[in-house]
Design a protein around this ligand. Structure first.
Ligand SMILES: [Zn+2]
Length: 273
């Protein structure tokens, strides 16, 4: 499932293709993904010029010259690929845009948890999903004090706090597991005990894990923004995620897999306390 670094990579890929370009054509393969695609989206998109895309949490926002904003969410399995001519649309290609010079960005989403919407610029801040998002973890607002304020008095696990998009936007299962491993904090630790040095360690770990992944995404972009290239999924060096039964890379103990509120967590019982 795409998280902040994957979404950031897709955003950068779309930026390279679309910024300053006019949308000349669109393709809607089906009317609904997670929610319906706005009925007259083609009318608003065609002829509009794309401003530099932005990212908020796991959402991509493409501001347009007509004061609308195209909002994209990749859901569980969404990806974009770039083609330099009209694509041969495949079964799971649900949405696509053509830009000047015949470049296409094609949205493929087999599980259809993705989301496409068109907003008026002035409504972006009050949009039902955007308004609920917590801080950007890579912004200067995400500090140890902020994290400690979110965890104070909370009896849930620290992992649940990290996944809560209303507190920190963009972190999912993979990067929560990785950041907790780097910070040597157990995913099961009660949230309220995360303060002081622990909060500092966790905030620093989150930032460095995300930055490293974005860097890996950037590298993949150089290789993949070319005809047929799917963007946003890249090989990364995960330390603990999906390594259950394998030796911990720090201490050699066996990496464990547990379920927390239905989500799989990977951790080392020795390194993480
Ligand atoms: Zn270990």
């Amino acid at each position: 499932m795409p998280e902040l670094p994957e979404v950031e990579t897709v955003k950068r890929g779309i930026a390279l293709l679309a910024t300053g370009k006019k949308i000349t054509n669109i393709f809607v393969g089906r009317k609904d993904l997670r929610w319906p695609i706005p009925k007259y989206i083609g009318k608003d998109l065609k002829g509009a010029i794309c401003r530099p895309p932005k990212r908020r949490g796991k959402y991509i926002l493409i501001p347009l010259s007509n004061k609308k904003i195209l909002l994209l969410h990749l859901g569980m399995s969404g990806s974009f690929r770039i083609t330099s001519n009209r694509p041969n649309f495949q079964k799971h290609d649900h949405f696509a845009m053509e830009f000047e010079e015949n470049d296409w960005a094609v949205f493929c989403d087999p599980r259809r948890f993705g989301y496409i919407d068109l907003l008026n610029e002035e409504h972006a801040k009050s949009h039902r999903f955007l308004k609920e998002l917590g801080v950007e973890p890579l912004s200067s607002d995400f500090t140890p004090d902020y994290l400690a304020a979110q965890t104070a008095g909370k009896n849930c696990s620290i992992k649940a706090i990290l996944l809560d998009q209303t507190k920190i936007a963009g972190i999912g299962n993979i990067y929560a597991s990785e950041a907790l491993f780097k910070a040597r904090i157990s995913p099961k630790r009660q949230a309220k005990t995360i303060k002081g040095k622990r909060a500092e360690r966790l905030v620093n770990s989150i930032k460095s894990i995300l930055l490293r992944a974005i860097e890996a995404g950037g590298t993949s972009l150089r290789n993949h923004v070319q005809p047929g290239g799917e963007i946003g999924y890249f090989v990364q060096s995960l330390q603990v995620y999906s390594r259950s039964g394998e030796p911990c890379l720090k201490c050699g103990a066996v990496v464990k897999q547990i379920k927390q509120s239905g989500r799989t967590t990977f951790h080392c019982g020795l390194c993480q306390r």
